[in-house]
Design a protein around this ligand. Structure first.
Ligand SMILES: *Cc1c(COP(=O)(O)O)cnc(C)c1O
Length: 432
């Protein structure tokens, strides 16, 4: 065994991981999250923050506080207690705006992601005459595809005619932004909406949002982004991107618990428009006169006008608590660590496992976030077997059909040594 060259390179890779962890300015944040345990009592190597982020330890006390407000104050909890419920969404506004690079009145926390996509399309998918197509990427997340297809039908149109799914060019693994530009240059007058991901969920590819928004607008189309895998993962500059709208969920990188309240962005250029169709509810009514219970809807300024109902406080508290962790860590520092840590993992995979794993995610800094999408070269069956082996050994990744293992080292709570452990477990699997 001592002659095995990978033993000594793995040993020096482990030393390097420990050194990087020791120098990590964000290392203390790991202690602020609950790390699930493996059956042997050790911490899991948790690489699933792209699917369900971990729970901040500060949350239980804050939830307890909301329960106590309700117990002790009853209806007065709307106005009293540390975080009165009436203006509760206001407490989330600033950190949310900071996180996605928006002005405060451009963002609101409400509903869930697919609901927000529908509400946004009510306003921003306005097919008219020949201009009626929606562009999405081939292999879009199913919920997004269901949403756009049903929106097209809602307008009495046919998805076969109106849904365009752009695929990578022949022989390419990724859709380049230039393909969207080319399509729009040629067919732009038939396009009513471009709905694009910030980070593609299966490949982990990061897109240049500003470039896509500019191409869509030049063609006369509206443009919106699904940021499910971007928010809390990569720095965003939504206002500057110029997009019309965006929506994202909060239970992935944003650690707000299963089904947590989602986020929504509407660019300020739309904030005072009265000509946009919009589905209304009382929480979108201007707050100064909301409780006059008048018959006429008076919109709140900004994204707030899209709110429907009074928000679920028990589901908003986790978003507030998690956003405070992001504020404390800072997106810039998180991104710096993320690039380094995912880079470390990618390099170690290439050095030790090149014949076993193909890295599907593009590796240029500007085209990736935390996540690496990995394909077992021996095929789907072996891919499933690896995924299950890892899980049985406390290494939590996820499986995406047809053949992808996704592993996301998250800078808030993962360590470089976790990444080393991942590679070490895969090596053990190959030696079985
Ligand atoms: C996670 C995810 C969803 C999930 O939608 P919900 O409405 O939150 O259940 C939708 N779209 C994309 C791209 C996702 O990654």
């Amino acid at each position: 065994m001592s002659t095995d060259p990978s033993q000594s390179t793995m040993q020096s890779a482990l030393n390097k991981a420990r050194e990087l962890d020791a120098q990590d300015p964000l290392a203390e944040f790991r202690d602020r999250f609950w790390i699930p345990r493996h059956s042997d009592g050790s911490d899991q190597l948790y690489f699933c923050g792209n699917s369900l982020g971990l729970q901040p330890k500060a949350l239980a006390g804050e939830m307890e506080q909301e329960l106590k407000s309700w117990q002790e104050l009853g209806v007065a909890g709307h106005f009293e207690g540390p975080y009165p419920w009436m203006p509760y969404h206001e407490f989330l506004r600033e950190p949310l705006a900071q996180l996605v690079g928006a002005k405060p009145h451009e963002v609101v926390a409400m509903n869930s992601l697919t609901v927000n996509l529908h509400l946004m399309m009510v306003s921003f998918y306005r097919p008219e005459g020949e201009r009626r197509r929606i562009i999405i990427e081939q292999q879009a997340f199913p919920s997004d595809r269901y949403a756009v297809t049903s929106q097209i039908r809602f307008h009495g149109l046919d998805p076969d005619d109106c849904l365009v799914e752009l695929a990578p060019a022949d022989g390419q693994r990724y859709i380049d932004e230039s393909q969207i530009e080319d399509f729009l240059a040629e067919h732009g007058d038939t396009v009513a909406l471009v709905l694009w991901p910030g980070v593609q969920y299966a490949s982990g590819q990061v897109f240049d949002l500003k470039r896509i928004a500019a191409a869509a607008h030049a063609a006369g189309s509206a443009v919106g982004f699904d940021l499910a895998h971007s928010a809390g993962n990569v720095p965003l500059a939504l206002h500057d991107s110029g997009c019309d709208f965006a929506a994202w969920c909060s239970y992935k990188y944003l650690n707000s618990g299963a089904g947590g309240v989602a986020g929504c962005f509407v660019h300020e250029r739309h904030s005072q428009r009265n000509d946009l169709p919009r589905f209304h509810g009382w929480w979108g009514h201007h707050q100064q006169s909301r409780f006059k219970m008048g018959q006429q809807f008076v919109p709140s300024p900004g994204a707030d006008a899209w709110q429907l109902s009074n928000p679920p406080i028990m589901a908003m508290a986790p978003v507030r608590v998690s956003l405070a962790e992001f504020e404390a860590a800072g997106m810039e520092r998180l991104r710096a660590k993320s690039l380094k840590m995912t880079g470390y993992l990618a390099e170690l995979i290439q050095a030790e496992l090149d014949d076993v794993l193909e890295i599907v995610t593009p590796l240029e800094d500007s085209r990736r976030g935390c996540q690496l999408s990995l394909r077992v070269r021996a095929g789907r069956e072996q891919g499933r077997a690896l995924f299950e082996y890892l899980e049985a050994n406390g290494v939590i990744t996820d499986w995406r059909e047809p053949d992808i293992v996704r592993a996301a080292p998250v800078p808030l709570y993962n360590r470089f040594e976790d990444c080393w452990g991942f590679v070490n477990h895969v090596l053990k699997w190959t030696q079985k």
